[in-house]
Design a protein around this ligand. Structure first.
Ligand code: ZN
Length: 46
C-alpha cells in the first residue's frame, strides 16, 4: 500500500484537485508538470 493513496493532489497551474485512490506507480501529471500533494491540515471541513 502506498502512502499516496487517499491524498489530495493539486495542480499549481490550473487549480485542478484530484484524490488519489489507487497507486499504479505512475506520476500524476497536469498541465505538463507533476501535481503536488496538498498538505493536510489546511482544509477545514465543516
Ligand atoms: Zn493543471
Amino acid at each position: 500500500m502506498s502512502d499516496r493513496v487517499n491524498r489530495t493532489y493539486f495542480c499549481r497551474t490550473c487549480g485542478n484537485e484530484v484524490i488519489f485512490t489507487k497507486d499504479g506507480g505512475g506520476k500524476i501529471i497536469c498541465c505538463g508538470q507533476e501535481m503536488q500533494i496538498k498538505k493536510e491540515g489546511f482544509d477545514r471541513e465543516e
